[in-house]
Design a protein around this ligand. Structure first.
Ligand code: AMP
Length: 302
């Protein structure tokens, strides 16, 4: 089953303790789509400026991503500049330039409107809502956000959450949004806003799921070297949603497997800057790391 995704397509400038990248391909929808493309068909809704090179468009096409909903308009592409210190879980935003996104009115192509899976990747919650208003009865609606929107558009975000089944958010942002330091309390408060399932991303500590009174905890894969955590959250969501859409199974057990596929994809992404590692992955590599996750977390019953 296919996934419709709306989110940012961007130029990122990133500095980590291990190096630096200037104006490289990034954006929440870019990471999400590339990751999900290993599992299922992806249909992208976004906007770029005239400065967006054909080579990046060709790269997305190569992954089989449907670009009928990607508009190129006069103006500059979205830009994000961030820095990570040794705590790679914490991105410090230095600059956000919405550019062509500030006047974007998303139009969902007719061929996208029956997509059974919808992912509202991190972007203005008003744009996420506009996309949702144009689709017909999806099987699953999921969304992500970040502090920029929690602080900038809290009302629009709360309105959106009433229509969302699965919410994926960072640990720090879950605390900020709910006002609770305890993640269990934060989860209860967030779930009371609408979503049935909440997944809290905890960077190098993995992910926690809250679903109908059940909790599930997945570790992150312990890596010897992490170059750039940018896009890890979106790549995680791409693996998660990609696997759910591929199987069409929304049972608790299958969501647990999907979380591990999300963690697998994120673990590859942080091994290089931009989408450099993600672009060249193979299915055997993905499956092998899934098995390593299984061994990593396996223990016998008492
Ligand atoms: P993450 O998966 O959380 O590391 O997301 C990183 C990506 O989010 C980067 O590639 C940025 O281009 C993108 N991004 C950063 N800030 C925003 C924002 N305010 N709205 C949409 N996308 C953003």
């Amino acid at each position: 089953m296919s996934i419709l995704v709306v989110g940012s397509v961007a130029f990122d400038s990133v500095e980590t303790p291990f190096g630096k990248a200037d104006e490289v391909l990034g954006g929440s929808a870019t990471y999400f789509s590339t990751s999900a493309s290993y599992f299922t068909d992806v249909k992208l809704v976004a906007v770029v400026g005239e400065d967006f090179p054909d080579e990046h468009i060709a790269g997305l096409k190569e992954k089989g991503i449907d670009l009928a909903g990607l508009k190129k308009v006069p103006g500059k592409t979205f830009r994000w500049k961030g820095r990570y210190d040794y705590d790679l879980n914490q991105a410090h935003t230095l600059e956000t330039h919405l550019n062509v996104f500030s006047a974007f009115n998303p139009e969902v192509p007719e061929s996208y409107k029956d997509s059974p899976f919808v992912f509202l990747a991190n972007i203005d919650p008003e744009l996420q809502m506009k996309v949702l208003e144009q689709v017909r009865k999806p099987k699953l609606i999921a969304c992500d956000t970040m502090n920029f929107w929690i602080e900038g558009k809290p009302d629009a975000l709360r309105k959106l959450l009433k229509n969302v089944d699965l919410f994926v958010i960072n640990e720090g942002e879950a605390r900020e949004f709910s006002g609770h330091a305890s993640l269990v309390k934060a989860a209860k408060a967030i779930l009371s806003c609408g979503p049935k399932t909440l997944i809290i991303k905890r960077g190098e500590y993995g992910a926690l799921m809250f679903n109908g009174g059940e909790m599930f905890s997945a570790p992150a894969y312990p890596l010897e070297e992490i170059f750039d955590p940018t896009g890890a959250g979106d790549t995680f969501a791409g693996g998660l949603m990609g696997y759910l859409a591929n199987t069409g199974d929304l049972s608790e057990e299958n969501i647990r497997k999907a979380i591990i596929f999300g963690s697998v994809m994120a673990s590859f992404n942080v091994e290089a800057f931009s989408l450099n590692r993600l672009k060249t992955l193979t299915l055997p590599e993905i499956k092998a790391r899934y098995s390593e996750f299984k061994r990593l977390t396996h223990f016998e019953d008492i």
